[in-house]
Every structure is written in structure tokens, then in C-alpha cells.
Design a protein around this ligand. Structure first.
Ligand SMILES: Nc1ncnc2c1ncn2[C@@H]1O[C@H](COP(=O)(O)OP(=O)(O)OP(=O)(O)O)[C@@H](O)[C@H]1O
Ligand SMILES: [Mg+2]
Length: 296
């Protein structure tokens, strides 16, 4: 298996967690509640392929292509440049997904597969397919068929909305796509602010010894999602500037005749500060909690 070329995800930091990327012709589910970044993830994955000369197929069930490209634009992705050159859309508008999935899609895929060009496929969101029928067996058949058909082209990445609250185990409505796919990535958003409010977890990745942690991610316009897969090294200039921030805070506290125990606290903080973010905010809070006003 080792000579099989993995398919890079296009998400900085993620490939390190999945032994280099996705298996060719595999299916991956991205699940998360609204606004966690599923579409961003999907677009990044497609753009990575397009920029390497591959083709991309975007299966959309809700938003028209124009709207998707407009939103991508706002995130810093120029999809328009490739529109109908190497990026193609299938807009499944009708209510009759069943007919579409069982009859039209296989024909369409067959025509494309004959060209034998590396292709990445995205279904975003796949949720309407799940909702197309209440019958579990039929849902299973539809999703199975969709995966089976599209996998012929390349990696199929689909997004599924989740309605469970953060911290809860995944909701029952998303178990089926997870079960039927080769890989599942869970995006979670804890609206508490701060550095760790968005996290990524790998629920499964068949045939891969994947990372098992909870990995914070952030958004960067023009790049998209960036996953912190390993502790980042703090550049020396930065930690030096943190030392300076503390030195100044101590001087200020002394000038304000702050109690010795407060100054002592700041010194302790300085000694142990090994975070990659500035201590400024924490110092501000500490000062005001002791009734000290730090002027300019
Ligand atoms: N450059 C950015 N900086 C900060 N946050 C961003 C940036 N780009 C996107 N976001 C965040 O990502 C969210 C939307 O991302 P995206 O559309 O990928 O999510 P989604 O999971 O597909 O949502 P939906 O369920 O609505 O389809 C925004 O609400 C915003 O919070
Ligand atoms: Mg979306």
C-alpha cells in the first residue's frame, strides 16, 4: 500500500494527522454545525487539486454555483478563474434526488471517467439527500449509491450538518454518512472566544493511523482553515517581547505602589509564560482585579 500516492487535503496541518492525505477514490465526511467551516474546507480541498492541474466537481443541492463562487471570493478563493475550465458544478435542484442519483448521475460520471483526469468531488451540503426520505434503508441506498458512483472519479468529500450541541456525541442523523464513508472529520465550534474555540477531531480514517487528539483550527483569509496539529514553536523574538511586556508591567506596578504580592504574582507569571500569545490581556485583567489602572 505504501506506493499509493495519497491525495493532499489542501488544509494546512491536516495531512500530518492522516499520514499524508486521503486515499485515492475514498469518501470523506466533514461534519459540523452551521458556520464551523465545512464549505471552507470543501473549497480548499477542491482548489488544492485545481491548482495542481486536477479537475473539480462541485455537487450542490441548495445554493446555485454563482452564490458559491461569490462566497468563495469573500474568503479569498478565486474559483471563477477555473469555472467550466477545470471546475464544474452539478446543481441538483429537483426534489427527485432518487432519480437523479440512480439514473442521470451515473451517466454523467461515466462520460467524465472515460477522460481519466484526476478529479476531486465535493457534495456540499449532502444533508438534503439524507432528508430526501425518512426511510433509513432508502437513505442508506441513496448515500451508498452516490458514494459508489462518484468515487469512480476520485476522492469524494461531502459535508453534513450536525445539530448536536458542542461536547455532545454526534447526533443520530449523521451516523449513517459516517458509517458509509471511509473517513470522517468533525469540526466543532465552542462560542466562548479565545484561541481554542474551534477544534477538529478525526472520527475515523480507514487504513490510516490518524491523529487522535483534539486540534484547534483557525481561519485565515486566502488560505482557509489552518489546523494546529503540533505544538508550535514560539519564535525567540516573540518570547523576548513577552519578557519586555512583563518587565514593563512590573515597573508600572511598582510605580503605582501595588502590593508586593501582586508584583510577586506578575513575576511568577513571567517565569512560567510559555504561551504563544501576548500576556497583555491577562495582565490587564490582573491589574484591574486589584483596582490598578494602567495608563499609557
Ligand atoms: N477569514 C475568516 N476569518 C474569520 N472567520 C471566518 C473567515 N472565513 C470564514 N470564517 C468563519 O467561517 C464561517 C462560515 O464558514 P463556512 O461557510 O465554511 O461554514 P459552514 O460550516 O459551511 O456553514 P453552513 O452550515 O452555514 O454551510 C463564518 O461564519 C465565519 O465565522
Ligand atoms: Mg456551508
Amino acid at each position: 500500500m505504501s506506493d499509493v500516492q495519497k491525495v493532499s487535503s489542501g488544509i494546512p496541518g491536516l495531512d500530518d494527522l492522516i499520514e499524508g492525505g486521503f486515499w485515492p477514490k475514498s469518501t470523506v465526511v466533514i461534519l459540523g454545525s452551521s458556520g464551523t467551516g465545512k464549505s471552507t474546507f470543501a473549497i480548499q480541498f477542491l482548489m488544492e487539486g485545481i491548482e495542481q492541474g486536477e479537475q473539480a466537481l462541485y455537487v450542490t443541492l441548495e445554493e446555485p454555483p454563482e452564490q458559491i463562487m461569490r462566497e468563495a471570493d469573500l474568503m479569498g478563493f478565486d474559483m471563477r478563474k477555473y469555472y467550466e475550465k477545470s471546475l464544474f458544478f452539478i446543481h441538483l435542484k429537483g426534489r427527485n434526488f432518487k432519480k437523479m442519483i440512480e439514473e442521470q448521475l451515473p451517466q454523467l460520471v461515466k462520460a467524465r471517467a472515460d477522460y481519466n483526469i484526476a478529479t476531486r468531488v465535493v457534495i456540499d451540503p449532502m444533508t438534503p439527500v439524507i432528508w430526501a426520505t425518512a426511510d433509513k434503508l432508502e437513505q442508506r441506498e441513496l448515500i451508498g449509491k452516490l458514494f459508489y458512483t462518484l468515487k469512480e472519479l476520485g476522492v469524494v468529500l461531502c459535508t453534513v450538518e450536525e445539530h448536536a450541541k458542542p461536547g455532545e456525541t454526534v447526533g443520530e442523523d449523521v451516523l449513517l454518512p459516517i458509517y458509509l464513508s471511509d473517513g470522517a472529520v468533525h469540526l466543532e465550534y465552542y462560542p466562548i472566544g479565545g484561541a481554542f474555540n474551534r477544534t477538529l477531531k478525526l472520527l475515523k480514517m480507514r487504513g490510516v493511523h490518524h491523529g487522535e487528539g483534539v486540534y484547534p483550527y483557525l481561519f485565515a483569509r486566502g488560505v482557509g482553515i489552518v489546523v494546529r496539529s503540533s505544538p508550535t514553536h514560539i519564535p525567540e523574538e516573540q518570547s523576548r517581547s513577552h519578557i519586555k511586556t512583563f518587565d514593563e508591567a512590573i515597573k508600572t506596578a511598582e510605580a503605582m505602589k501595588a502590593p508586593a504580592r501582586v508584583i510577586d504574582r506578575i513575576k511568577k507569571m513571567q517565569k512560567h509564560w510559555d504561551y504563544d500569545y501576548s500576556p497583555e490581556e491577562a495582565l490587564q485583567i490582573l491589574f484591574s482585579s486589584y483596582g490598578l489602572k494602567r495608563g499609557g
